[in-house]
Design a protein around this ligand. Structure first.
Ligand SMILES: [Zn+2]
Length: 58
């Protein structure tokens, strides 16, 4: 898999989205994330920052 932006190497990465666990391609060069599920469900972010997300207590 090659990044469409920079032709860099993309790796499979796991992202946790609440109860969902999704896999997406992430460019290790420019950090671009390619996954239709993620881009659809989440707002576009320049960089993944899953850990900094505020915990929403029920
Ligand atoms: Zn890239």
């Amino acid at each position: 898999m090659q990044c469409r932006k920079c032709k860099g190497l993309m790796v499979r990465e796991r992202f946790s989205d609440y109860f969902l666990i999704v896999y997406a391609w992430k460019c290790i060069n420019c950090g671009a994330i390619v996954d239709s599920t993620i881009t659809h469900n989440q707002k576009k972010r320049p960089a993944p920052a899953e850990d900094s997300r505020e915990a929403v207590s029920q």
